[in-house]
Design a protein. Structure first.
Length: 62
């Protein structure tokens, strides 16, 4: 395991969880039902995780 960074997976998890929380709360404030807001939060969490992962890997390849 050469050059393994502990911070990359931690940052990826933190970004995903914070995005889920933020989107769920904002959707609730705008009047969505809790179930729909939670589903939207999960979708946003997956998208944010993929974007964060791609950006981390792009900088690593160079």
């Amino acid at each position: 395991m050469r050059r393994y960074s502990v911070w990359r997976p931690i940052m990826l998890i933190a970004v995903a969880l914070l995005t889920n929380s933020l989107v769920t709360n904002l959707a609730g404030v705008f009047g969505m039902t809790p179930e729909s807001a939670s589903s939207l939060g999960v979708v946003a969490m997956i998208i944010a995780g993929l974007i964060t992962y791609n950006r981390m890997m792009k900088s690593r390849r160079k």
